[in-house]
Design a protein around this ligand. Structure first.
Ligand code: NDP
Ligand code: 8X3
Length: 256
């Protein structure tokens, strides 16, 4: 294969989908993953219509064996050419204070955001090491730098992602692997609809009176990171809307 392969988890919506579009535009071949098969098929159709080679893999990152089998199913020229891994699949569920928290919500976040990222990385990193090069990008969050009311377990999972980015970097520094941690603030995607369990109005309120980032804003940072020269690694990028100064400091214009 001539092109570089990028494997993106959570490509069925939001940041992952935008990243697939942006990397396709830059000439990458793509492995797109997620649980919603129909969306993967539609994205595959759209991108391959523009000439990108795409393999969709439908699996749940929480399931270690399913993840292993999915990645092992890639044809060897693809497996052997994975240059970029974007660990993006993730979610927040609920906004309750910890003392009123729902254990099932905690488990979904921990299993997806931490264990899912580990399952995928454990399969892909050795392939990259075999090639002597590769770039892992972990989508963390401003919630991995700060905490805020009701953020408790989600923030803890993203602090874990932040720590894992640093841990991976030291573990793989001698193997030619770059690791980039990306910590966005508010990005308008399906994220808040998932967090508020389908309550569209509560989700829309999150972005009321300000212009949030859109998924493409983050995807373009990912493209910038993966197109630096071999000796340059962006270690940690915090990206926020101009109207957001920290997780809790947001300027809202009631007229907007
Ligand atoms: P979306 O809800 O739009 O996208 C989330 C993606 O993750 C979907 O493609 C979903 O696919 C996938 N996903 C969720 N659970 C699983 C699972 N168990 N197995 C496989 N895939 C899964 O949200 P975003 O695009 O905003 O979120 C992407 C990442 O960015 C997340 O890690 C999030 O924490 C992070 N982030 C988001 C911010 C925001 O404000 N939006 C800010 C900072 C970070 P499917 O449902 O098909 O499986
Ligand atoms: C999502 C951003 O501020 O809702 O990771 O935690 S925030």
């Amino acid at each position: 294969m001539n092109n570089k392969v990028a494997l993106i988890t959570g490509a069925t919506s939001g940041i992952g989908e935008a990243t697939a579009e942006v990397l396709a535009g830059a000439g990458f071949d793509l492995v797109i993953t997620g649980r919603r098969e129909e969306r993967l098929r539609l994205l595959e159709k759209r991108l391959s219509g523009d000439g990108t080679r795409v393999i969709p893999l439908c699996f749940d990152v929480r399931e270690r064996e399913e993840t292993r089998r999915a990645i092992a199913s890639l044809p060897s020229p693809w497996r052997d050419n994975i240059e970029v891994l974007v660990n993006n699949a993730g979610l927040a569920v609920g906004t309750r204070p910890l003392q009123e928290g729902i254990a099932d919500d905690w488990e979904r976040m921990i299993d997806t955001n931490i264990k899912g990222l580990l399952h995928v990385t454990r399969e892909v990193a050795p392939l990259m090491i075999g090639n002597g090069r590769g770039h892992i990008l972990n989508i963390a969050s401003i919630a991995g730098k700060e905490v805020y009311p009701g953020g408790n377990v989600y923030c803890a999972t993203k602090h874990a992602v932040d720590a894992l980015s640093r841990g991976m970097r030291v573990d793989m520094v001698s193997r030619g692997i770059k690791v980039t941690n990306i910590a966005p603030g508010m990005v308008e995607t399906e994220f808040s609809v998932v967090r508020y369990k389908g309550d569209e109005r509560a989700a829309a309120n999150v972005y009321a009176g300000l212009k949030p980032l859109d998924a493409r804003d983050v995807a373009e940072v990912i493209l910038f990171a993966v197109t630096r020269p071999a000796h340059v690694c962006l270690n940690d990028v915090v990206i926020m809307p101009t109207a957001q100064a920290s997780a809790r400091d947001v300027h809202r214009d009631p007229g907007a």
